[in-house]
Design a protein around this ligand. Structure first.
Ligand SMILES: NC(=O)C1=CN([C@@H]2O[C@H](COP(=O)(O)OP(=O)(O)OC[C@H]3O[C@@H](n4cnc5c(N)ncnc54)[C@H](OP(=O)(O)O)[C@@H]3O)[C@@H](O)[C@H]2O)C=CC1
Ligand SMILES: O=C(O)[C@@H]1CCC=N1
Length: 269
């Protein structure tokens, strides 16, 4: 059975560990995690996984090692773990804006490197994951990566040049939707619904709409049209949203996210 290591014990690691354990894909005794401080490891210890303050220990103990530290910490981490990376270690980076090339350059020539983008919904096994692989990743390694991520969400393989856009649409997207949900919930409260009822209705409507798109394969515009009865109430709401530039605002938000990815990539070169 595969052993999985995590370098960094923050939000992404916690989400992945929760998702992997609930999927049964890995048992706690096969998970190894290291971080900078004991304090950050506390939140992982509750899962019964193995923890340590030595990042090379994590690499030595794991077949798959997920690098889950902030992008600007990468040069330091890679320098530290490079001597421990053997030809059988699979190193998967989940950082925004850190390229496979910049990682391969800092690890031994034989290093098998992949890069993935995911979102925090992996903790409930409803994540959206996209990954690309580096020069030394063989077909069998790729299958392993695919199985690993598929246990926690919808997993697609893609070209690395598209991963920055995926950050904008998957990695960061939960934050946009939470903001929209909060606003919808506020609107309900403004019109007399309790906070709880308001948030639950808005969330279920968002979930249902998203599932309709995924399960029917139909264009969102077509599904939107079905909701807008002629001369009805929804088209007035849509008109109001269009006047406020909601579409352009969403596209601008994704642009801003992608621009920041490029900046981080430049800082990591
Ligand atoms: N949050 C998200 O939704 C997503 C994040 N990502 C990417 O995942 C990565 C991690 O993000 P996130 O989990 O949110 O960040 P967090 O800040 O929550 O976690 C970062 C972790 O790295 C640890 N760390 C810092 N320095 C070192 C070190 N030298 N050795 C080992 N561990 C160290 C921190 O420890 P300490 O707290 O003790 O400093 C902390 O546990 C980022 O690169 C981000 O781009 C990708 C997709 C989604
Ligand atoms: O905000 C960030 O930088 C990380 C990457 C994607 C989601 N959170």
């Amino acid at each position: 059975m595969t052993t999985v290591g995590f370098i960094g014990a923050g939000k992404v690691t916690q989400a992945l560990v929760k998702g992997l354990l609930s999927s049964g894909a890995v048992t706690p005794s096969r998970i190894y995690a290291s971080s900078k401080t004991e304090m950050s490891l506390q939140k992982l210890k509750v899962f019964g996984v193995n923890t340590c303050l030595d990042n090379t220990w994590t690499v030595k103990n794991s077949n798959i090692t997920v690098l889950a530290v902030k992008p600007l910490v990468y040069p330091k981490i890679l320098h530290e773990i490079a001597p421990a990376v053997g030809p059988n270690n699979l190193i998967i980076s989940v950082a925004a804006g850190v390229t496979i090339k910049s990682i391969e350059q800092r690890l031994p020539h034989h290093a098998k490197v992949a890069r993935a983008m995911l979102n925090t919904a992996v903790q409930i096994r409803d994540g959206a994951i996209c990954y690309s692989t580096g020069r030394n990743v063989a077909d069998a390694d790729q299958e392993l990566i695919h199985r690993f991520f598929s246990s926690v969400g919808l997993t697609l393989e893609g070209e690395e040049k598209h991963l920055d856009a995926v950050v904008g649409l998957s990695g960061s997207a939960p934050a946009y939707f939470y903001l929209i949900l909060e606003a919808l919930s506020d609107a309900g409260v403004r019109h007399g619904l309790s906070r709880d009822v308001s948030t639950r209705h808005a969330s279920q409507a968002m979930l249902g709409a998203a599932r309709m798109v995924l399960e029917s394969g139909r264009h969102p515009g077509e599904l939107k049209d079905e909701v807008c009865s002629p001369g009805g109430v929804t088209i007035d709401a849509i008109y109001s949203m269009e006047k406020a530039g909601v579409r352009a605002a969403m596209m601008d938000a994704v642009d801003a996210c992608i621009r920041r990815n490029y900046e981080l990539a430049r800082l990591n070169e």
